[in-house]
Write a protein that binds this ligand. Structure first.
Ligand SMILES: [Fe+2]
Ligand SMILES: [Fe+2]
Length: 299
């Protein structure tokens, strides 16, 4: 049941950027506030899933109720940490990985017209992939903190991450076990699981990349990723899926907000560096435009 996410355009690994984030206090605090937001938001998603299942299978509902309790505790731990550090617990700025992933995921009955019973498998696969990403980010964050100066603040952050990390690893484990169990009960579901794994791995990677890529032309790279995802769907589903997501991919209001936020912050901090380094870096995304969508067709 293990599926390695395929690499899309412009991927940056958490091992690359977390050492830079822990060196910049304001970015570090934004990262922690994003973790808090994602933990809190996952409670909402898990509760929706519990309500959709409506008590069946009871064992899965029980496991999910324990899962939601753990995510709520993680949100509380990050909230306490941020409060203790004197930081805001508002909506974090920038492209939200979790909102972007939800936008790309199957939503609504028109996306499951033939197999509404596959919703549980879809939810478990999506959960499994995002929990793996959380583990990848948290382990990179722990490594970056261990390599950074051992200030009182860094030690507090490290202690919180080390407290949460084993439970995130157990979330990967239990979703894997449930998928294996469903396939054992009905071997015909093996293909369904595989299809969702391939499709959702691409979507998750695209959502993750959207949070990283703020260079000029990011909209076109997002469009390139949307085409790749659309091509994993059956032919008859492609037009609806693609057209529903096209306007936000191209207009990308969350991307514009991130750019403005980063530009304002960089300009206030060091105007000379902004002109000399950041403007050329921003524009360096432009030559990649043709690659992003070259040769891609929907059908
Ligand atoms: Fe969590
Ligand atoms: Fe989790």
């Amino acid at each position: 049941m293990v599926h390695a996410p395929s690499k899309l355009l412009n991927s940056l690994s958490p091992r690359d950027f977390l050492p830079l984030i822990v060196q910049d206090r304001s970015l570090h605090m934004i990262a922690l506030n994003r973790y808090r937001f994602s933990e809190q938001h996952s409670c909402l998603e898990l509760t929706h899933l519990i309500e959709t299942l409506n008590g069946q299978p009871a064992e899965l509902v029980q496991d999910l109720s324990h899962h939601v309790a753990e995510e709520a505790r993680h949100a509380a731990l990050f909230t306490d940490l941020l409060q203790e550090l004197g930081e805001e617990i508002n909506l974090p700025p920038g492209v939200s990985y979790i909102n972007e992933f939800e936008r790309l995921l199957d939503q609504g009955p028109e996306d499951f017209p033939r197999h509404s019973g596959d919703r549980v498998i879809a939810a478990l696969v999506a959960m499994n992939i995002t929990e793996k990403r959380v583990c990848q980010i948290f382990s990179a964050h722990v490594a970056a903190l261990k390599a950074a100066p051992a200030t009182a603040e860094n030690q507090k952050i490290l202690a919180t991450l080390l407290q949460i990390f084993p439970e995130e690893a157990s979330h990967v484990g239990w979703s894997n076990r449930w998928l294996a169990k469903l396939v054992k009960q009905d071997p015909a579901k093996r293909e369904t699981v595989k299809t969702f794994q391939q499709k959702y791995a691409l979507m998750e990677q695209a959502a993750y990349d959207a949070g990283m890529d703020i260079l000029a032309g990011a909209e076109f790279r997002r469009l390139g990723n949307l085409i790749k995802i659309t091509k994993t769907l059956p032919l008859w589903q492609r037009p609806v899926y693609f057209l529903k997501r096209l306007p936000q991919t191209l207009i990308a209001p969350d991307l514009q907000r991130t750019r403005i936020f980063i530009a304002q912050r960089a300009l206030m901090k060091n105007p000379q560096r902004f002109i000399q380094q950041l403007v050329p870096m921003f524009l360096s995304g432009v030559p990649q435009l043709p690659q992003a969508i070259a040769g891609e067709t929907l059908l």
